[in-house]
Design a protein around this ligand. Sequence first.
Ligand code: ARG
Length: 458
Amino acid sequence: MKLWGGRFQKTTDRLVEDFHSSISFDQRLYKQDIRGSIAHATMLGKVGIITPEETRQIVQGLEEILAEIESGRVAFDVAAEDIHMNVEQLLAAKIGAVGKKLHTARSRNDQVALDIRMYLKDEITAIRLLLKELVETLLALAEQHLQTVMPGYTHLQRAQPITLAHHLMAYVQMFLRDMDRLTDCYRRTDVMPLGSGALAGTTFPLDRQYTAELLGFAAVSENSLDAVSDRDFAVEFCAAASLIMMHLSRLCEEIVLWSSGEFAFIELDDAYSTGSSIMPQKKNPDVAELIRGKTGRVYGDLIGLLTMLKGLPLAYNKDMQEDKEALFDAIDTVKGCLMVCRPMLATMTVRRDNMAKAARGGFTNATDVADYLAKKGVPFREAHEIVGKAVFYCLQQEKTLEEMTLEEYQKLSPHFSDDLYEVIGVEHCAAARKVRGGPAPEAVRQAVAAARRLLARY
Ligand code: ARG
């Protein structure tokens, strides 16, 4: 017998039963559902809608059901549709008629909104912690590589010398913004919808503030129609998760490039690489590639949610049951990726020599030669032209800018003198960029300290 069966003359078609049932995926909300119900029953008791004895029986019954689910003793019933009706059915079976009072002044529409918000709040906190750990690993690596010179790139062409520390700190900035976005999203998730009923609130004199306090919510929703049809917080989370994945995928793409024989900037630990079933020599950066690949799933979850919600009339519509798989997938994917990315980075070996060698090639110090002339009073545009000619000359002579003699330089401009050689070594080029936000070790050390201060808030 369905909990809503009173108005029906026929049973539900088997196909429909399977089609609309969500218990296979929403059972993961069991804890939130039961905690929410305990708070609701406690509030109903407080305001006198049910008696203290009824409250006690309901709360005790729900606590027992929670323990039974946790110990794996409960087989959920597909015919009971979802986690909400499964729990209610279990309660009725356990404590009889009193159990049927639990759903007073409540609808599954405000109930499901509550459950998802509670679930997401915990997951946001967990994901922010994983991000914090990843940032800590990046900061530790940055501190080890303040002096590790490497080429910085634009268009994937060597551009100017930087340090590995500075490069990693760019990702620290991205992940700090991601943490901030999660905090922001948490604030809008932290709103308690119970009391909105199916759509139009309730005639019962509920104490919504009390329910919110029992469940640790910072606010109570302000409009019953909005509260049961709002999934903005899920969309926002998936957008924040998409950005986390985008940042991870850019980092992982660099790991893939850097671990290639052509770059050979890093070597991944054996524990975080895999081999080939045919080519015995292979050691592949599968973990980094898979993180890059999984980014697409999370974008899909975001677009799926937005598309599902688009054009829905107020208030609840069954379409919204589709929110959960997208949200859960985004949560699981981003957590899995963050968990594996951190140790992959922590265990990689950095090939400082190859990084420095790459920085010394590709004329990454050409800007520094032009800056040298500009500091001698040559207008920068002219200096740029002169150094362009020097690079062209070097390419023909197969030498580097450091290897050009002073005589060769002076043929291009009389402003060159011996002190040029002091400023065009790649280590010097990186170290001379002392501007705030630049790659000089002092500047990066300050960036690391600032990041640590921000992290301490979480
Ligand atoms: N399983 C449903 C969902 O996830 C719960 C709400 C159902 N409400 C309804 N009126 N059918 O959205």
